[in-house]
Structures are given as C-alpha cells and as structure tokens.
Design a binder for this molecule. Structure first.
Ligand code: NIG
Ligand code: FE
Length: 417
C-alpha cells in the first residue's frame, strides 16, 4: 500500500493504462496516476492506494479524484509534423487531382504551395490566428496534446515572421504544447523564379538570423525535392541553421530519392519526414545518426501515391518511426491522429502498438521532447487522454469516431467531452 502524504493536485483512478514507455503498451490494468505541478508524480495500480484514505479530509492526498472506471488512459498524441497555419482553401486541387492532374502539375500552374502563400501573405496576423485557433480546438478535442507547427507559407521575411508570431500566440492561448518550426525553404516563391540561389541567400542571411534573434522557432526544416530545394541548397541551409545552434529536420524523399535522408543524418537531424523513396543507404544513415523517421500516410493517401516508405527496413534497423498528420490545405487536410494511425496500419503495415508508439513517444522523439512527453512515466508531463474504448487498438481500428472522454494537459483538464 502506497503511504504517500504528498499533496497531489489530482488523482485519476481505476483506468486501464498503456504507458507507451520505450514504445510498448506496458499495460497497467486498473491503474492510477497522481498528478502535481503538471507532472506525473506517481503511476501504478489503484489497489496500491487506499482511496478512502486519499479521500478523507484528515489526509487529503489529492484534491481532485477522477474515477475512470471502464476507460483507458493513453499518452496524449504528439503530432510532430503540421502546417496548421494557413489561409484560403485548396479543395479545388483535390478535384483537379481526381480528374488526373498531379501535385507537381498543379504546382507548375501556380497552384499548390504558391496558392497558399498568396493567401497567407494577404491575411492579417489576427485573421490567421483566428483561423488557426479553430484548427487547434479541433485537434485538441481529438486527443492531440502537443503539436509541431511549421511556417513556410510566407516565404518572405515579413510573412514568415507573421506565421511564427501566430504559432507563438497559439502557444500562449491554448493548453496544448506548440513546437514551432521555421520552414522558410518550403518552396521557391514566384518572385524568385530562376533565382533559387538568391532566395536561399535571403533565407540564410536575412530570415534565419531574425528567427534566431526572436527565439521563435525550435527547429529549421527544408523541403528537399526536385520541385523545391536541391541537396546542395539544403546543405547550405542546414549548415547555417546548425551554426546558429538550431536543430534541423527535413521533408525528404517524398516524390523521389534526392539523398536527403543521408544528408540530414550528417547534420544529426531530429527527423526525416515522408520517406516514400528512402533508399536502404539512407535508412542506414538515419539509424547510425539516431534520426527519427516521420511517416505521413495522410499525404500518401491524399496524393494516391503507390510507393510506400520502407517500413520493414526501418524496423530492422531500429529507426524510431513516428506518425503525424502533415495537416496542410493541399496534400493532407487531415486533422485526426487516430485516422493517421489507421492509415499507418492499413497502408504502411504497422501494428496497432507501433502506430500508437508513432503517435506518442516517437512523435515526442522527433521533436526532441521525449524526456518530458510521449509516455506516461513518473516525472514526465501529465499530458494524457482518457478514452472511452475497450483497448488501445480501438483507436487504429475505428474510423470516424472520436471516443475522447477527457484531454489532460500539464495535469489540467483541457477538454471534457
Ligand atoms: O508536407 N511536401 C511539402 N510540403 C507539404 C505540402 C504543403 C502543401 O502542399 O501546401 C507536405 O506534404
Ligand atoms: Fe509537410
């Protein structure tokens, strides 16, 4: 029997818990979590606690006792790759793709990322904040407690800073944790057509120093692809970012094998994302450097790709695999991490346990936040979701339902269904 007199702020009891420590379910049947100061102070079996004594006024171990009988507690989702801030709509492109156009064709005609850039440049910071807030409320109510948000639809100093300012305001206004990423090198803005090196120069010498000075991004991302930036340009951008002490990550091998993953590994990138065309050598380089593979089945699905990331190679090489929505208006208008887990299983062959690890602890790893987020362990942030499900596999198996009961972030109930 636990004989703690520590004063917890809250205690969640009688839940079945999957801790996801070290990427495994690690199930605790009839478990309990004691929370104080936003952290998990204690996690174990409910019968290790004398609940009546916990309740009694003479020994108020916890102020709030939440009975979770018949429910599951899992770590909150860590969505480690999103482009959540945008204006305008690109559903017309969905219709164009259904009629046979490719993502690349649409981009060549001035659609794609460029269309969103025009809409974002035209929107005020307040407008962007208001639209993005709706999206954040949406994902929070679906169990996401930590989200990465990229810039990359501004592509000039003013608008890139505007996007990062919106990310900062979202972080201040919502309970969920926001990890902002600078993606000034998302694609070449139209006004730099034929002058890619001049744009790379602008990103390196004007945007990056200002982003660094303002301290408004946790990492720097690049889209390395024939329709975006070359390996050589990516190398220049990564060199500048790492010289400033900013960690890097990469949109790599989405539409072709550009050798981006091996380059990212040389720079000890946090993650390489997409990876449909990842080579065995690229995967080995990622394994050696400890780079997390972020799989984005939403984009694969929406673009009706056929080439799949080499999941079995990644598993054999012990490369941690995260899953993320890639939420964006073009290639992945997908908000729901549970839907992404379903796609990870059905399209890429993950097990339900691998999918949940991808959506939690490995997502946290991709953001360099796995010391404090992604699994339920003593001392970590009390970010978790109480689910009305029969078992963790329900989340990957069921589509179109959100069985969230409560979303808890830093020990506080941030959403109650
Ligand atoms: O991750 N691949 C590049 N960037 C995004 C797409 C952005 C867009 O089309 O607006 C992605 O899929
Ligand atoms: Fe992306």
């Amino acid at each position: 029997m636990l004989n703690s007199h520590a004063s917890w702020d809250s205690l969640f009891v009688h839940a079945d818990i999957a801790t996801m420590a070290r990427g495994r379910y690690n199930i605790i049947k009839d478990g309990a979590i004691g929370v104080a100061g936003g952290k998990i102070q204690w996690i174990g079996y409910s019968n290790q606690l004398d609940i009546d004594r916990v309740r009694s006024e003479s020994c108020p171990v916890a102020h709030d006792i939440i009975d979770c009988s018949g429910k599951w507690i899992l770590p909150g989702f860590v969505d480690c790759h999103t482009h959540l801030i945008w204006a305008g709509s690109r559903c017309n492109e969905f219709e164009m793709r259904l009629a046979g156009a490719s993502y690349q064709d649409i981009a060549k005609q001035g659609g794609g990322i460029a269309a969103t850039v025009a809409a974002v440049r035209a929107a005020s910071e307040d407008e962007l904040f208001s639209i993005a807030s709706r999206r954040v409320r949406h994902i929070l109510s679906r169990g996401t407690t930590c989200v990465e948000i990229k810039s990359g639809y501004g592509l000039n100093l003013e608008s890139e800073l505007k996007m990062l300012a919106v990310a900062q305001r979202l972080a201040q206004s919502f309970d969920l944790h926001v990890s902002p990423t600078f993606l000034g090198a998302h694609t070449l803005p139209l006004e730099y057509k034929g002058r890619a090196d001049a744009y790379v120069d602008l990103v390196i010498n004007t945007m990056l120093p200002e982003v660094k000075r303002q301290g408004i991004a946790c990492a720097v991302d690049v889209f390395c692809e024939s329709m975006a930036f070359s390996r050589d340009q990516t190398k220049q951008l990564f060199t500048a970012a790492t010289d400033m002490g900013l960690p890097v990550k990469l949109h790599a091998e989405q539409l072709s094998d550009s050798g981006g993953a091996a380059l990212a590994a040389q720079f000890n990138a946090l993650s390489c994302d997409h990876l449909e065309y990842l080579s065995l050598d690229g995967a080995k380089a990622m394994a050696r450097a400890g780079v997390t593979a972020v799989l984005l089945p939403g984009a694969f699905y929406m673009l009706r790709e056929t080439r799949k990331p080499p999941v079995q190679d990644l598993i054999r090489l012990d490369v941690p695999m995260a899953l993320a929505t890639d939420l964006n208006p073009g290639t992945s208008p997908v908000y729901d991490m549970a839907a992404v887990m379903n796609m990870g299983c059905v399209l890429f062959g993950l097990t339900c346990e691998q999918a949940l690890a991808g959506a939690t602890i490995n997502g946290a790893k991709a953001l360099g936040l796995d010391k404090c987020k992604g699994s339920l362990e003593t001392g970590k942030d009390a970010d978790f979701v109480v689910w009305d499900i029969d078992g963790p596999a329900d989340l990957s198996c069921q589509v179109g339902i959100t069985p969230v009961n409560k979303v808890v972030i830093a020990g506080k109930i941030a959403y109650n269904a």
